[in-house]
Design a protein around this ligand. Structure first.
Ligand code: ZN
Length: 512
């Protein structure tokens, strides 16, 4: 397809074939097959958030069913019918925007026309966007047509709010749910577009846009276009345009947490709060960046990513966001230990502090690995959840460790399960993956025992550990001795947090 000048990026890059629709593999494949096999329904309902490809898919379907030389269910986009529809000149493909005039006149017109055979195409296709916005009257008119649809008519309804579509209409539709487009796919698409359009787009900037687009490819494309007008698209430009927290600040915060330097982390929060910045947004960025580090293979960030993701979910319910965040910082950093050696005000501060060598306790053996368990001392980097590996297999986080790989994969698919597993120790025993949870993780343990969660875990274990047949989930309960100093501090912090949350719940629910 030639991509017309003057049109906005998202219009020019609108997918023209099912295979070009990003992030909806199941939906488009099902539709493509249905067309190829001639198994068409009279009415389709495409639901999903904005900007995920519903209308594009509807238009592709409209061409595919009318194409004079379809290719395995895909429209050719070259024949007379395809071209006419692409140019918006076909009388047989009608788009109605349910939001603009709430439809009654158009639906009346539709009812009059629907009986006539198509002018030039095989099917008359009515695409009704935001169908939930139609008035009751329009719905009733529509329903009459849906009850006895003429054989040459296909309806495609698109909606962001399927629950607002009357069930009488729903029940007559074949329903397809469009998912939010995954961040990684949005990022790749942005880079592809930038390459083709001659836009200078830094990879990190693409990742930031993708993250901020919240699953909407169209939003991401619009953002890219806005940014590209000002020239080179740098991460700083994205941060500026979107009012995001500054990355330097986020990195400083993360390195402080990693180094268990509560004072430095609290300082960042204090500073944000004095400047009236949005703590929720900041936390989201921090969680996302910690997660990126995990994906890059740095296992030390797993507990951090886990806690920050949890915190991000909790924060909206907290009575005081700032207090809640501060408690979690204390919890993550443990009791005050010797102050970490200042790394100085050099610009490389953040990056250096993110590496274990920068910590006070001297070079810890995290990277070198094979000498067994790292001695735990105050000020040394958190060894929490990877202990199992460091002791057992002796692999450092830099090497491909199946346990870390599995958690990383889970972090993407089911972050909650990854979080439940994060504090666990794992060992392989004769085709068995034994997962032992420390005693303060009773909730984690119980959650992992849920049949559905367990199945998922077994499935993942089998995929990541060759030869593993099943998973043995254990909980240390109270069999251990007294809690360590760090653990005790954590328990105190947790108790405190529990109280804060409880207050919040009471205020929120007004008691039941
Ligand atoms: Zn065609």
């Amino acid at each position: 397809m030639d991509r017309g000048e003057g049109l906005s990026i998202y219009r020019r890059w609108r997918p023209q074939r099912f295979s070009e629709v990003v992030g909806q593999p199941l939906v488009v494949e099902t539709l493509r097959r249905a067309v190829a096999q001639g198994k068409l329904a009279h009415a389709y309902l495409f639901s999903g958030q904005r900007g995920v490809g519903k209308t594009s898919a509807a238009r592709i379907l409209a061409r595919a069913v009318n194409c004079l030389s379809p290719q395995a269910g895909e429209p050719c986009n070259r024949c007379e019918n395809c071209r006419r529809i692409l140019e918006g000149k076909s009388l047989d493909v009608v788009e109605i925007d349910g939001a603009s005039n709430r439809g009654i006149d158009q639906i009346r017109k539709l009812r009059e026309e629907v009986g006539y055979v198509p002018a030039g195409a095989r099917y008359k296709v009515y695409i009704i966007d935001e169908v939930h916005m139609l008035t009751g009257e329009a719905f009733n008119a529509l329903l009459k047509t849906l009850e006895e649809p003429p054989p040459h008519v296909i309806f495609i309804f698109a909606t962001t709010e399927p629950h607002k579509v009357p069930s009488t209409v729903l029940s007559r539709c074949q329903a397809y749910e469009f998912s939010p487009v995954p961040e990684g796919l949005i990022k790749d698409k942005l880079l592809e577009i930038a390459g083709a359009e001659g836009i200078e787009l830094a990879e990190e900037a693409a990742a930031l846009i993708a993250r901020r687009a919240g699953g909407s490819l169209r939003d991401a494309e619009v953002l890219l276009e806005q940014l590209a007008q000002a020239g080179k698209v740098t991460p700083e430009a994205v941060v500026e345009l979107l009012g995001l927290p500054r990355l330097v600040e986020v990195d400083r915060f993360l390195s402080a947490l990693l180094g268990k330097d509560a004072a430095a982390a609290l300082e960042v929060v204090e500073d944000l709060s004095t400047r009236g910045r949005d703590l929720g947004l900041f936390l989201e960025e921090a969680a996302a960046r910690a997660r990126d580090r995990v994906i890059e293979g740095d296992g030390r960030f797993i507990p951090l990513a886990k806690k920050l993701l949890e915190l991000r979910a909790e924060l909206p319910r907290a009575v005081s966001r700032k207090l809640h965040l501060e408690v979690v910082i204390l919890e993550l950093c443990g009791p005050p230990s010797q102050p970490p050696t200042p790394v100085g005000g050099s610009p490389a501060h953040a990056e250096r502090a993110l590496r274990p060598e920068a910590q006070a306790g001297g070079p810890p053996p995290v990277e070198s690995g094979p000498e067994g368990s790292a001695p735990s001392k105050p000020g040394s980097p958190p060894e929490d959840l990877l202990q199992g590996q460091e002791e057992g297999e002796g692999t450092g986080p830099e090497e491909a460790d199946p346990w870390v790989e599995m958690l990383v994969a889970m972090l993407d698919e089911r972050p909650s399960v990854a979080a439940f597993l994060a504090p666990a120790e794992a060992e392989l025993v004769d085709g068995l993956l034994r997962v032992s949870l420390p005693k303060e993780c009773r909730y984690h343990y119980e959650s992992l025992l849920e049949p559905e969660v367990r199945r998922y875990l077994e499935d993942m274990a089998q995929r990541h550990f060759p030869g593993v047949l099943t998973v043995d989930i254990r909980w240390e309960g109270a069999e251990d001795g007294g809690p360590s100093l760090e653990e005790r501090a954590r328990l105190v912090a947790e108790a405190l947090e529990g109280e804060i949350l409880k207050e919040g719940t009471n205020a929120g629910t007004g008691r039941s």
